[in-house]
Design a protein around this ligand. Structure first.
Ligand code: BG6
Ligand code: MG
Length: 222
């Protein structure tokens, strides 16, 4: 855990609402997105690295496609972008279809239950249009007072829209919200919304987070 228990206590003190990103925070679907985008890139005749993939995290499907095509120098190739995005999504959904309650990341359920037990309001703030499907498959749907997903927002992270909408739905002021995010675009969105942010993953990839931990299992709510 980067940062100590006191940092976490200070950060959580006085917060009324927790807003969770989905992919890579509650479930390990960030790796599924990577595999599906890579499959598309490989089919188009190029590849990209895990490091490059960090830039796709938190970003909408169509914006991710634009980035991938830029890496492959295929922006001018006259490709049917809608078709490519659908293809990637179909491959992604093949992986999602195999998911169940066991795919919830370690410590997530205990953390969500403890947050509820202490009266903290919870929301999902995800760029994904598949968010509700994943919540259903993994049994997480009952844990959130509000779900704001890729179908509900126009502007993609790092724009703060998704988190501001979540705060509004929960009736919480931005400075009373704490965001949990695995993407730099998501940390930037939280900061742009005037919220505190816990980074999930590695500190080098997540600049500007108030605290970085490997996963929610590292955090305890007293
Ligand atoms: C975000 C992921 O949560 O959702 C991105 O971090 C993904 O990688 C985005 O592109 C959109 O997801 P979907 O499921 O609508 O294609
Ligand atoms: Mg994420």
């Amino acid at each position: 855990m980067t940062g100590d228990r006191n940092n976490w206590k200070q950060l959580a003190a006085g917060k009324e609402a927790f807003i969770f990103d989905l992919d890579g925070v509650l479930v390990d679907t960030a790796t599924f997105h990577y595999r599906a985008w890579r499959r598309l890139a490989n089919e188009l005749g190029f590849d990209f690295s895990m490091q490059q993939n960090e830039l796709l995290k938190g970003v909408s499907r169509m914006q991710s496609l634009e980035q991938v095509l830029t890496w492959g120098r295929m922006q001018q190739a006259g490709l049917d972008k809608e078709h490519l995005a659908e293809k990637k999504n179909a491959w992604y959904l093949e992986l999602v279809e195999r998911m169940g309650p066991d795919d919830v990341l370690p410590g997530v359920l205990a953390f969500l239950r403890a947050a509820k037990a202490t009266g903290i309001r919870t929301a999902l703030g995800s760029a994904s249009k598949n968010a509700r499907l994943i919540l259903d498959r993994t049994g997480l749907q009952g844990y959130f007072d509000a779900v704001i997903d890729g179908n509900a927002v126009v502007l993609s992270k790092p724009h703060p829209e998704v988190f501001l909408r979540a705060a509004e739905a929960l009736g919480a002021a931005p400075d009373a919200c704490l965001v949990f995010e695995d993407a730099q675009a998501g940390i930037d969105a939280a900061k742009a919304a005037g919220m505190s942010a816990v980074g999930i993953g590695s500190g080098t990839a997540l600049q500007r987070a108030d605290l970085v931990v490997a996963g929610l299992a590292d955090l305890k709510i007293d």
